[in-house]
Design a protein around this ligand. Structure first.
Ligand code: DX5
Ligand code: ZN
Length: 219
């Protein structure tokens, strides 16, 4: 399987969300990434259920929902009802991670776990049998448009080895500071899903930028 591209709606024009969702529908994007921030786990607040439900109505792509919230257990069924296809919780926000990811799967969604830049991927070793994806944060979560953290490459390589050795069916997603300049190296390092916010929505031709993130031959 080739890698997937998941444009992050956080960088879209919220005054004209319908237009940007339509653009993603018409593009080669595989998923649509949605960042939910609560102002507690991260120092920023993004959007909640009314926006998510609006997006669900218009989007033809599976919704890749990234929760940057404390105590996500309170809202898992709401996110399922709101149409999340894959639901990712932050490792650092979950005291009973096994219970949380099991519940996500029981609700019919795919389960993802995100790790902050300071969190070693080795901590996920015993969780890999129960999840579908690990999201390696390549910036500190909370804001779009930040600089990619170079140490992320070592984390990707290490996690790829752990996954291969254990024979787990788990995707590696990266999020933060991804663009056409580092995408090829990331995929070569073992990444399956590229999230891209500003590099897509701030580009002059977003459809073409998504195409370039998909087709990395020549990079
Ligand atoms: C950051 C979010 C990202 C963000 C990425 O906390 O999780 O999904 O939208 O934005 P860029 O691609 O602009 O770094
Ligand atoms: Zn995200």
């Amino acid at each position: 399987m080739g890698h997937l591209v998941s444009p992050s709606l956080l960088a879209a024009d919220f005054g004209n969300l319908g237009k940007d969702i339509k653009m993603v529908n018409e593009s080669k994007a595989d998923w649509l990434h949605l960042d939910i921030m609560d102002g507690v786990f991260v120092p920023n607040i993004s959007f909640g259920f009314p926006v998510l439900e609006f997006v669900r109505k218009l989007s033809e792509k599976p919704l890749d929902v990234h929760l940057m919230i404390v105590d996500p257990d309170r809202y898992l069924s709401r996110f399922s009802e709101a149409g999340a296809g894959i639901l990712t919780v932050q490792y650092e926000a979950c005291t009973h991670l096994h219970r949380t990811v099991t519940e996500i799967r029981n609700l019919g969604m795919k389960a993802g776990v995100a790790v902050n830049p300071h969190t070693p991927v080795s901590l996920l070793k015993n969780t890999l049998p129960y999840i579908d994806m690990v999201l390696i944060m390549t910036v500190n979560p909370g804001f779009g448009g930040q600089k990619f953290i170079m140490e992320s490459y070592n984390k990707i390589t290490e996690l790829r080895e752990i996954i291969e050795r254990g024979g787990y069916n788990v995707l590696i997603e990266v999020d933060g500071g991804i663009d056409t300049g580092n995408a090829a190296k990331l995929v070569k390092s073992g990444v399956n899903v590229l999230v891209a916010g500003n590099s897509v929505f701030s580009s002059a031709d977003p459809i073409n930028t998504i195409l370039n993130l998909k087709d990395l031959t020549g990079n």
